[in-house]
Design a protein around this ligand. Structure first.
Ligand SMILES: Nc1ncnc2c1ncn2[C@@H]1O[C@H](COP(=O)(O)OP(=O)(O)OP(=O)(O)O)[C@@H](O)[C@H]1O
Ligand SMILES: [Mg+2]
Length: 261
């Protein structure tokens, strides 16, 4: 993941729900300057406007500004951006800032600081709902010109995510750009069992091998569900076999929900 961010302008992270995508990205970029946008927030929206998107971007950039104040000097120069003390405000309507201008300012900051700035959009496929605005040309522009930015797009709806990015569509501005693909897989059976065993040992809960095997047989190596199962067992204080079914029930709720969308 770190190698991909360092070497490529765009990295796409895909994988099942709860497989650990967000954790991986956050851990890998922990020490790097980063702007994190969680587009899952828009999951329930029918459609999105540029204004809604840009407000979310503003919130993310503000969090970044809080730890890298000097970036304000760069943002100040962007048309449509106002800096009031440590706060940033974006103009609305026709005066609103261009996404490319904001990205340019961030790129300049990164260049002057000898850093690579990571722009992460989690559950990026939700942005297909943008109406009257397409962020893909801005991403293509950044790919071609803003060498100090590195984009990470993550999502669990893999088909939708690639449909949003349109790297394989000759009419898309991103066509022919290289995208590094990371597909996060569930843990192997051995690793999954080890993960649970170590967790139970740490918490001093005695669990027999039979339970571990059965849990991993049924839950598989999806780390989020294993962690959830582990927590349930630890909070109950013993390995109640009913917990396995409860976890599966939760998991299937998410699966049904994904399928219906
Ligand atoms: N390497 C890991 N070791 C232990 N626990 C982990 C690891 N990675 C993720 N988890 C735990 O698993 C859960 C799911 O992780 P995460 O949210 O990163 O997955 P995700 O793929 O982004 O899920 P979603 O599709 O719901 O967004 C979290 O509770 C997290 O703490
Ligand atoms: Mg996630």
């Amino acid at each position: 993941m770190r190698r991909a961010i360092k070497s490529f302008a765009i990295t796409v992270v895909t994988g099942f729900r709860r497989v650990g995508k967000t954790s991986l990205i956050k851990a890998a970029t922990y020490a790097l300057p980063r702007v994190y946008i969680d587009a899952r927030k828009f999951e329930s929206f029918q459609y999105l406007t540029y204004e809604i998107f840009i407000e979310e971007l503003k919130a993310s950039v503000s969090r970044f500004v809080a730890v890298n104040r000097r970036v304000l000097d760069y943002l100040k120069a962007v048309k449509g951006v106002k800096v009031l003390g440590l706060e940033i405000e974006f103009d609305h309507g026709r005066l609103r800032p261009l996404l490319t201008s904001i990205l340019e300012a961030m790129d300049l900051w990164a260049r002057d600081n000898g850093e690579k700035l990571v722009v992460i959009i989690d559950e990026a496929q939700e942005l297909v709902k943008l109406r009257g605005y397409d962020i893909i040309p801005a991403i293509a522009y950044a790919y071609d010109n803003l060498r100090n930015l590195s984009f990470v797009f993550a999502g669990s709806k893999i088909g939708l995510l690639y449909r949003f990015l349109k790297v394989e569509d000759p009419s898309s501005p991103l066509y022919g750009r290289y995208v590094e693909r990371i597909e996060l897989k569930p843990l192997s059976r051995e690793k999954a069992i080890e993960f649970l065993r170590e967790g139970f040992e740490y918490h001093g809960v005695k669990v027999d091998e039979n339970f571990l095997n059965k849990a991993v047989d049924r839950v598989d190596g999806v780390v989020g569900w294993l962690a959830y199962l582990g927590l349930r067992v630890v909070s109950k204080g013993y390995a109640d076999p009913a917990i396995i079914n409860e976890v599966l029930e939760e998991a299937s709720k998410i699966a049904v929900n994904e399928f219906c969308n």
